[in-house]
Design a protein around this ligand. Structure first.
Ligand SMILES: [Zn+2]
Length: 320
């Protein structure tokens, strides 16, 4: 049995995208820290635009970070990237020449570059794959969802995965107004210790998962099946490529696909599920949906075996 969700480390609830009065946010640095500490967060990355906001706080770990931009072939001619864990910015505060130049610079400074709100920014898979120094992307951004409904980027994520890489996904608030666009999206990080450096190391290694509510407790590869344990859910899915994937549902009128429920809470919601491997693709990711439609998303993982040698699918990514 192999763990596809980290089993060691301390799970820390992290807000990785939020603004203060040092850029276009309404909260002061102290106000933002107080808010997230009170809301039960362990870690906060303050990500003002082109500015590193430092704030010592006794109840929440603050990671020096910012939100930077690069020139990019989009309608607004820019992409934005979270520079998580980078404390010192370049002298010239102008767009980097490309997303890759920006992401590579963040990596060279020891930080974790995550692409911001790809749907909201009008980015496609090629924008992501042209920047191989990126380690992942926001697959949920609450501010974008509240503003114009472009907050979910899971289709962008899967399209990139189909090209052969396994980007990590984070969920964030992109908070500008505490109490309104806050506490909607966060990332659970399995860190070796309660420190900013340990959180960045875990984000670089993908030891994390994104959530707007549900919790993932275990994901195990057991021979040719994947076992999932989670907080009570109405649906649990193993997402994969086109024409593929698996699901189970608490509602008996919804049919399962290549999976079965292995544990339930007293009210019938799902707390355990077991899936067969996808038929066509050698990757999966777990997605849990609770009774309110809130979701948790694991990072994508490779799966063993060879895909069927059909002409139609023979050229696809294998991830083996
Ligand atoms: Zn932002």
């Amino acid at each position: 049995v192999a763990d596809l969700l980290p089993r060691t480390g301390t799970w820390l609830r992290c807000q990785l995208h939020a603004h203060t009065t040092n850029s276009d946010g309404e909260a002061t640095p102290k106000g933002l820290c107080d808010h997230y500490a009170r809301a039960g967060f362990d870690v906060l990355a303050i990500t003002d635009h082109w500015r590193v906001t430092s704030h010592e706080h006794d109840r929440i770990v603050v990671i020096p970070s910012s939100e930077l931009s690069a020139r990019c072939d989009t309608p607004v001619l820019e992409s934005e990237v979270l520079a998580l864990g980078v404390a010192v910015l370049p002298e010239v505060r102008d767009h980097f020449e490309s997303t890759e130049a920006l992401a590579a610079w963040i990596r060279s400074e020891g930080g974790a570059p995550y692409l911001c709100h790809p749907y909201w920014s009008g980015l496609g898979a090629a924008h992501y794959t042209s920047a191989p120094s990126l380690v992942g992307m926001e697959i949920f951004n609450a501010g974008c969802e509240i503003e114009n409904g472009n907050g979910y980027a899971t289709a962008h994520w899967d399209t990139v995965i189909q090209t052969g890489s396994l980007p990590f996904g984070i969920a964030t608030d992109d908070c500008h107004r505490i109490g309104q666009d806050s506490r909607h999206g966060w990332t659970w990080v399995a860190a070796d210790e309660r420190s900013g450096a340990a959180v960045i190391a875990a984000l670089l290694a993908g030891r994390a998962y994104a959530s707007t509510g549900p919790e993932l407790h275990a994901i195990e590869l057991d021979g040719a099946q994947v076992e999932v344990r989670c907080s009570p859910a109405r649906s649990v899915r193993m997402r994969s490529g086109p024409w593929d994937g698996c699901s189970v549902h608490a509602d008996p009128f919804l049919y399962p696909t290549r999976g079965r429920i292995t544990a339930r809470a007293a009210d019938g919601t799902i707390t355990g599920a077991r899936f067969d491997l996808p038929r066509l693709w050698r990757w999966g990711r777990i997605e849990v949906e609770d009774a309110h439609g809130r979701r948790a998303w694991s990072n994508p993982f490779p799966l063993p075996g060879e895909p069927p040698a059909t002409a139609y699918f023979a050229g696809g990514p294998r991830h083996g």
